[in-house]
Design a protein around this ligand. Structure first.
Ligand code: AMP
Ligand code: ZN
Length: 123
């Protein structure tokens, strides 16, 4: 698999292209600094990606200066989950190649909508 993790600059980043509307994508949530859209290859009945508009590669690039990004992603996901009346859901950050991260633009997976709880993805 071609590793998007090599694309460390925003110019070649697929999610930055979505932010710049170079790849037409329907936004589920758009705030000043956060966007959300359906995952193209859903792993759950509801599978949404919440991303910052600023290009930050990974959770491993967060520090005390920019960790607020993670907070805004989580609150964005929570708002979407409430809007969709999900009674329960999972929030997942894949971090680094070994953690399953393919796209090197930090993103929070919101997974839910299973017909019965708990969800299928036990951690
Ligand atoms: P990760 O493995 O955490 O990097 O997840 C990247 C996710 O991005 C995968 O679940 C992909 O299905 C999803 N994805 C890749 N390209 C697109 C796209 N153009 N629009 C929506 N989701 C995408
Ligand atoms: Zn990016």
């Amino acid at each position: 698999m071609e590793t998007a993790l090599k694309n460390s600059d925003g110019a070649s980043c697929i999610f930055c292209k979505i932010i710049k509307k170079e790849i037409p994508t329907e936004f589920i949530l758009e705030e000043d600094d956060v966007l959300a859209f359906d995952d193209i290859n859903p792993k759950a009945p509801v599978h949404i990606l919440v991303i910052p508009k600023k290009h930050i590669e990974s959770v491993s690039d967060l520090d005390s200066e920019n960790a607020g990004v993670a907070e805004r992603l989580i609150l964005g996901a929570k708002k979407i989950a409430e809007g969709k009346k999900l009674s329960g859901y999972k929030l997942v950050f894949n971090v680094g190649q070994e953690g399953g991260q393919i796209i090197s633009h930090i993103h929070l997976h919101l997974l839910g909508g299973w017909p019965s709880s708990p969800g299928k993805l036990e951690v």
